[in-house]
Design a protein around this ligand. Structure first.
Ligand code: BQF
Length: 298
């Protein structure tokens, strides 16, 4: 019997490090010319522990590549009107090249109203209708950082998408929908045949088992089991969940949407959680901030 080929662990930390090193070099050249360099701002509302961690990671990463970073913190009871005024202020501040509003927002605030208010040229999360629309049309746009990070991981590992069956689990505006569009586009890391599955999909396992590339962004811990995956598939895990674990220092451990240990035995390539897609999200946010600074959106 032929022995199974080794599973390749897709190392998001390594690829993110490489991208950040390139960004750092460019930022240093900009600063050496006597310019201030890119400035990324973040708006954080409330005290959600995961959101605080994400914003802290973004600040730290910005500093690592030599960018200016600032965080605007507000209590959970900030009114929608007040938050919209913060957005207006950041839109008008010429010192800020790009900014993000950390999601989720408290329930009394209409997220789409807030996102709609962001100047698309400063929308480094790529969430505004202008950027989403341009992305869909294949025009220059700031791309949502997680989908952008996934395409960069595929590129780095020379995983071809042309003619492949890509199955995306989850239809969120932030991951599922945009990645399904990017990978079906007429482009080098596109040209895939894409199936988008969601909570109303019937016979989901039959569809996932036919995937050459399976992108898991459903938001349910360890949902994807080994019997849902084809031997030799590429599995990209976008999920990030805190599972209670008394033996862990923080009292929890991170898991993705994929039952990693079982699925890794079948996959040709797989992203771990942590250390897979997550670090790429941060790296591509910095990339977008640099592109915003240079006014080079493509
Ligand atoms: C890693 C996010 C759900 C909802 C809102 C590195 C991050 C995560 C994991 C990170 C995420 C998830 C972010 C790892 C940003 C990704 O080592 O595996 C980095 O900071 N992320 C966010 O800002 O908002 C979210 C997930």
């Amino acid at each position: 019997m032929a022995t199974k080929k080794e599973t390749v662990l897709i190392d998001g930390r390594l690829v993110a490090k490489k991208i950040k090193a390139e960004i750092k070099k460019e930022v240093a050249e900009i600063v050496d010319r006597g310019e201030n360099g890119p400035h990324l701002a973040a708006v954080l509302v409330g005290e959600d522990p995961a959101s605080q961690t994400y914003v802290a990671s973004k600040e730290k990463a910005a500093h690592e590549v030599g960018m200016i970073s600032s965080t605007y913190r507000y209590p959970a009871d900030i009114t929608e009107k007040e938050l919209l005024e913060v957005i207006d202020y950041l839109n008008s501040d010429d010192e800020v090249d790009g900014f993000i509003v950390q999601l989720p927002l408290p329930k009394h605030i209409d997220e789409s109203k807030v996102i709609n208010r962001i100047n698309p040229a400063k929308d480094v999360d790529g969430f505004t209708p202008v950027n989403v629309g341009n992305m869909v049309l294949g025009k220059p746009a700031l791309l949502s950082a997680t989908p952008y990070g996934i395409t960069e991981l595929l590129k780095h590992y020379k995983i071809k998408t042309e003619g492949k069956h890509v199955v995306v689990l989850g239809r969120s505006n932030i991951v599922g929908r945009p990645i399904s569009i990017l990978l079906s586009q007429k482009a080098e890391f596109g040209n895939a045949t894409v199936t988008l599955c969601h909570s109303k999909t019937k016979n989901m396992s039959d569809i996932t088992r036919s995937a050459d590339i399976l992108i898991c962004a459903i938001g349910q811990p360890q949902f994807v089991k080994a019997d849902m995956v084809k031997e030799g598939a590429v599995v990209i895990d976008v999920g990030i969940h805190r599972l209670g674990d008394d033996s862990a220092k923080k009292g929890y451990r991170l898991v993705g949407d994929v039952d990693f240990n079982a699925v890794a035995k079948k996959a040709a390539y797989i992203t771990p959680v942590p250390g897979g897609v997550g670090p790429m999200t941060i790296a591509m946010l910095l990339k977008n901030t640099l592109l915003s600074y240079k006014k080079e959106i493509h």
